[in-house]
Design a protein around this ligand. Structure first.
Ligand code: PEP
Ligand code: CO
Length: 404
């Protein structure tokens, strides 16, 4: 494609590079004005915190710790509440306790939280009853309601996302201090104007200070694209999603591009292969990356490769598929002698009915009862615990002798 034209498909040009999944902002000067305002605002996190997370992730890469990353698919401005933040903080904390009790390894807790407001989408537009509107791209871009005004990308939402993130972070910091626990924030670095506006040159180097850890999604990880270029420029720990079509050469090129110094903890690969593909697609990636001498953190996202549509039309996931992908991920690492670094999951502390199954047995008929997600279906609190117990069992089996 040409890198000089803006396209409604969502591929734009940023800094001379193709930038996938960018909204079609109607007023680019308003976008740049908001970004300029944000670049004068205080950062949300500090460089030294990002460095400390890199150290924690280095322990995961060495096989001395486990990464537990989770939260909403898409946070919403209306969802900013003490209950929701506490629910996720405690759910991740309780899951971490279950896992670390079983395996005697520290669990690094990273929320998909305090900034997870932007969504990549498979189509730029959506049609209902003959009306076509831009697709919902997350609260940082537009509103979810199917209404022309709501769906028009509005740059003022970047500032709302910043303030919402600050509010959530404030609560997280209070909870972390109350419980003397470490807790880190992460989100997909999708809207480049927002991420660049919160990037600061500091005496420690250049940092993206919208969150501690940023990841690049499956749809924006092209090597020649603006998202990978952005990730390459910042010193934060970064992650990249790898779907079933990812090749070992792509993974190796991402290592070279994002972690040329081979800094332990700098790079995490989040494999989201799907239960049916993980055993076939993952081994080659892990084997070749390991053979190259690189030591990224490998985590399993058992959510994004396992979407199904329920008869009611709800987008859902079966807990059995989630569990099967996790088991496949462990099998791959066991056969290669590498460390299954952890999981990345969409979950909430609430009693929602978005994913099927689990010990609480959410049935297809239950889906409409509490289907509240703004995007993908999340594990509810019980299902999150089921996942934690499964992880505890698999880690205990992988590491039968205490390792610390
Ligand atoms: C997500 O994490 O919500 C997401 C869209 O994931 P992926 O990039 O793996 O599709
Ligand atoms: Co999602």
């Amino acid at each position: 494609m040409s890198v000089t034209d803006e396209r409604p498909s969502g591929t734009a040009v940023r800094g001379g590079l193709p930038a996938d999944q960018q909204p079609d902002w109607p007023d680019r000067s308003a976008l740049l004005a908001t970004a300029a305002e944000l670049s004068g605002c205080p950062p949300l996190v500090l460089p030294a915190e990002c460095d400390l997370l890199t150290e924690r992730l280095a322990a995961v890469a060495r096989g001395e710790a486990i990464l537990l990353q989770g939260g909403d698919c898409a946070e919403t401005f209306d969802g900013v509440s003490q209950e929701q933040v506490a629910g996720k903080f405690h759910t991740l904390g309780d899951m971490a306790a279950v896992i670390s009790d079983a395996v005697q390894l520290p669990v690094v807790r990273v929320g998909r939280i305090a900034g997870q407001f932007a969504k990549p989408r498979s189509r730029p537009e959506e049609t209902r009853n003959g009306v076509t509107l831009p697709v919902y791209r997350g609260d940082i871009v537009n509103g979810a309601a199917f209404d022309a005004r709501e769906r028009t990308p509005d740059p003022r939402r970047l500032k709302r996302a910043y303030h919402a993130s600050a509010t959530i972070l404030n609560l997280l910091r209070a909870h972390a201090s109350e419980h003397c626990a470490e807790f880190w924030t992460s989100h997909e670095a999708l809207i480049l104007e927002y991420e660049r506006a919160l990037t600061r040159e500091t005496e420690l180097g250049t940092y993206a200070l919208s969150a501690h850890l940023l990841w690049t999604g499956e749809r924006t990880r092209r090597l020649d694209g603006a998202h990978i270029d952005f990730a390459a420029r910042v010193r934060n720990p970064v992650a990249v999603k790898l779907g079933p079509s990812a090749t070992a050469d792509e993974a190796l090129a991402l290592v070279d591009r994002l972690d040329p110094e081979r800094r332990p903890g700098r790079l995490t690969f989040i494999a989201r292969m799907g239960a049916r593909s993980v055993r076939d697609a993952l081994p080659d990636l892990v084997a070749k990356v390991t053979a190259s001498g690189a030591q990224p953190v490998w985590v399993c996202d058992p959510m994004h490769g396992n979407g199904v549509e329920a008869p009611s039309g709800h987008k859902t996931r079966r807990f059995d598929d989630v569990a099967d992908e996790v088991v496949g991920f462990f099998e791959v690492h066991e056969s290669l002698g590498t460390h299954p670094g952890g999981v990345h999951a969409e979950l909430t502390g609430e009693d929602v009915t978005e994913c099927l199954g689990g010990t609480c047995a959410v049935l297809p008929a239950d889906l409409p009862t509490r289907y509240e997600t703004a995007c993908d279906p999340r594990l509810n609190r019980d299902q999150a615990f089921d996942l934690a117990f499964l992880l505890a069992e698999r880690y205990a089996r992988a590491y039968p002798n205490p390792r610390r």
